[in-house]
Design a protein around this ligand. Sequence first.
Ligand code: AP5
Length: 218
Amino acid sequence: MAASKPLRIVLLGPPGAGKGTQAQRLVAHYHVPQLSTGDILRAERKAGTALGKEAQGYMDSGKLVPDGLILGLVERELEKGLTGYILDGFPRTVPQAEALDIMLASRAVPLEGVIELTVDYDEIVRRATGRRSCPNDGSMYHLQSNPPKVDDKCDKCQGALVQRDDDKEETVRKRISEYEEKTAPLRPFYEKSGRLKRVTGTGGIDEIFERIKAAIGH
Ligand code: AP5
């Protein structure tokens, strides 16, 4: 049964940890929108906007996009007046997390908690490098753990599946080191305020979803 209280969480975890996969489940269960800064940046790039062009070089080399660009983008999304949300891939630095608290407090929609998906290094490399997605409807596959029925074709629309530019192994390893250096400090940041819950991100997708719901507690 869907919960009545609006969900307001951050999904934290390294590249390929399963944040996007679990966010889709959470959206369907809790009926709140997913706000993925990675997805928004990719859409901006596709549309050829100034923001997309500025972000491109950072993304393709596995680096984080500067905080100023990201905060402007999130501010724009929050202006839409969300009551609940699943933040996926944001915040990713302590200054982003501090700015987020201020933005949410001013809109009276404070963060309920942060779910960190923990997955070991080899598994996240395997997941990210094997990921394929459909550019038409956003469906996600994995060459080994969740393959499409027909090679390289989306099950739903038959569109040709693509690999993200930043999912080449070398770039994935760079993204992981960015995560360790710049995003891992969010653990003590959220632990200090009692908002961090760690969830084992290995096992079946349904099993992990049940663990996340238990950690959320409603
Ligand atoms: P972003 O798009 O946020 O990428 P990411 O955080 O690196 O996360 P991913 O999308 O790679 O992985 P995921 O955890 O969502 O895993 P998924 O569910 O897809 O960011 C991209 C770039 O944008 C950044 O590098 C940066 O440049 C920029 N950016 C974005 N936000 C920013 C910010 N706030 N600040 C600065 N820069 C920012 O799963 C991965 C694969 O595993 C899939 O194939 C899936 O099918 C499979 N899988 C999922 N769960 C399981 C399971 N349980 N078992 C087996 N396979 C599984």
